[in-house]
Ligand binder design. Structure first.
Ligand code: VGL
Ligand code: ZN
Length: 205
């Protein structure tokens, strides 16, 4: 259990706890579903909860299946920079894109969907992978007066990493609760994530 007493300017950002990232899903993160009970407990302490959902159209450009002859988990260069190719996952309105059925956060006031444009991926809850196109979450958090973002969910080395780093760069206090995250951990991605988060002033909680 994580001991904490969140205040009125703190928000819990629950990232991509979706079936496709859990055991049996199309892009399963090892132990992904293990975060659910802890996130539910944390959720009871926070008045303010925001959830994100990876939400891709069929034929999304981050899917290896959209690139003839290329395999999942390889990297290509897109107009906006490097992009890892993934198995088809989190297709809009599919079961794999649903939030995990034991996630119990009825008071979450906002669900942010991301990655819904075919030609660009979005790891971060704040910006698409060009690091420029906003999702709208920054405006929501600022307008609501939140100052500190606690990031949890999947995957630590991709969507949690980029969300936490963007939150810090945008001027929020940004905390990652690693116990409530799980990583894909491919080709050094977890070490790179930890370094990037530390260098960006993301706090470990
Ligand atoms: C994610 C890879 C592709 C994530 C989403 O939620 O970390 N990773 N799409
Ligand atoms: Zn995705």
């Amino acid at each position: 259990m994580i001991e904490m007493t969140p205040g009125a300017s703190d928000v819990l950002l629950v990232i991509d706890v979706q079936n496709d990232f859990c055991t049996g899903g199309n892009l399963a993160v090892p132990g992904g579903e293990e975060v659910v009970p802890l996130i539910n407990q944390l959720g009871q302490k926070f008045d303010n909860v925001v959830i994100t959902q990876d939400w891709h159209p069929q034929g999304h450009s981050s899917f290896a299946s959209s690139h003839e002859g290329l395999e999942p988990f390889t990297e290509i260069t897109m107009s906006y920079g490097a992009q890892t190719l993934w198995p088809d996952h989190c297709i809009q309105a599919s079961n794999g894109a649903e939030l995990h059925e034991r996630l119990d956060l009825p008071h979450a006031a906002m669900i942010v969907r991301k990655g819904y444009r075919k030609e660009i991926d979005s790891y971060s809850a704040f910006f698409e992978n060009d690091h420029k196109t906003p999702t709208g979450l920054t405006g929501y958090l600022r307008e609501r007066g939140f100052e500190r973002v606690y990031c949890v969910g999947l995957a630590l080395d991709f969507c949690v990493r980029f969300s936490a780093v963007d939150a810090a760069n945008l001027g929020f206090k940004s905390v990652v609760l690693e116990e409530a995250c799980r990583a894909i951990d491919m080709m050094g991605s977890l070490d790179a994530a930890r370094k990037d988060m530390a260098d960006s002033g993301v706090m470990a909680g």
